[in-house]
Ligand binder design. Structure first.
Ligand code: ADE
Length: 332
């Protein structure tokens, strides 16, 4: 309209338009907006690069997936769920790797994630052998808080392990790798279990590994995921039990010479506590590592917090309201 055409030059005369390179525009980003550095993570269908935003100099972890590979391996559904879960958690300020944006080109998909500067929790456990009790207690508490937030949104991780727990620049924990999540329908608390897991004892190692990518990593997988592929928040509580055990003793509770024998141990609850394992920690782990997932500590809790876990004597001294604002105790 003539009115609009008159308004424009007047407004432009007040201040010249900004140079596009100084103000990041809102349009879709591309790989050219970043300088790609070293590989910082590797999955079965993705590679994570450290990358720098050329406009701001800020560092990100960019997860790159090759489309051809995703189509061939039929992982499209997993990528969609990963993005959905990350978006659902994007307004949660702490405890999770954050998704800033996504884009694609002809060959690849890109997820721009927060860069957790201190990497995985696993090498820290392996380096010191086992955590001091206050350190184990602190990180267990951060993990409980993260699980509360995730589970209250209906997100089950299904592959929690010290490789998927990252540490930011302040040594606070960030859960990563949502490629295995199950997002529960808000109406249906427990979804209909999928088809029974294949009898893996007959299949090749390669096939077994491919099937396992559905259910998570051998040492942390829950008995109900192994037996029935049942989707329940309690599977993440099982993994919590395994991780607490590992932070204190140095090794995960269920260890076999191969995946099949590890599964056998899980299904028989065949594990032991090393001598000197603290009594409160032992009691908590025993209440999480229960074969019947409906009997695990926390599953009966109502509301958005795991009150029965928070109240367990292992966590005596933890101030649940301020844990995330505290500086984590030093690992040594
Ligand atoms: N490895 C995989 N994802 C990562 C992230 N967001 N930060 C650091 N290392 C990672």
């Amino acid at each position: 309209s003539p009115a609009k055409m008159q308004a424009r030059p007047a407004a432009a005369a007040l201040s010249p338009p900004p140079v596009s390179t100084t103000i990041p525009n809102k349009s879709k980003r591309t790989a050219q907006d970043y300088i790609f550095g070293k590989v910082i993570g590797d999955g079965c269908y993705s590679t994570v690069f450290l990358a720098k935003d050329i406009h701001t100099g800020k560092e990100y972890a960019i997860k790159v997936c090759e489309k051809r590979h995703i189509i061939k391996e039929k992982k499209g559904e997993y990528i969609k769920r990963e993005k959905e879960a990350l978006n659902m958690l994007s307004n949660v300020p702490k405890g999770f790797v954050r998704l800033y944006c996504t884009f694609q080109d002809a060959e690849r998909l890109y997820f721009v994630l927060s860069y957790a500067k201190n990497g995985e929790l696993l090498p820290y456990i392996n380096k010191v052998g086992s955590f001091e009790l206050d350190v184990a207690k602190y990180y267990a508490a951060e993990l409980v808080l993260a699980l509360e937030k995730m589970h209250s949104k209906g997100i089950i991780h299904r592959d929690l392990k010290p490789e998927n727990i990252l540490l930011d620049e302040n040594m606070h924990l960030q859960i990563a790798d949502f490629g295995t999540v199950k997002i529960l329908d808000p109406e249906v608390i427990r979804t209909i279990p999928e088809a029974n897991i294949e009898d893996n004892s007959q299949s090749t190692e390669r096939e077994r590994r491919r099937n396992m990518s559905f259910v998570g990593t051998a040492q942390y997988v829950s008995p109900e995921l192994l037996r029935h592929r049942e989707d329940t928040r309690a599977s993440d509580l099982w993994a919590l039990g395994c991780i607490i055990y590992q932070m204190i003793s140095g090794l995960p509770p269920f260890r076999g010479p191969n995946e099949f024998l590890t599964f056998q141990k899980i299904l028989k609850l065949d594990y032991e506590f090393p001598e000197g394992f603290p009594a409160d920690a032992k009691d908590l782990v025993e209440k999480l590592l229960i074969l019947d997932h409906t009997k695990r500590l926390g599953v009966e809790d109502k509301g958005e917090t795991y009150e029965s876990i928070r109240k367990h004597p292992f966590f005596n001294g933890i101030d649940w309201d301020t844990v995330l604002e505290q500086s984590p105790p030093t690992i040594n």
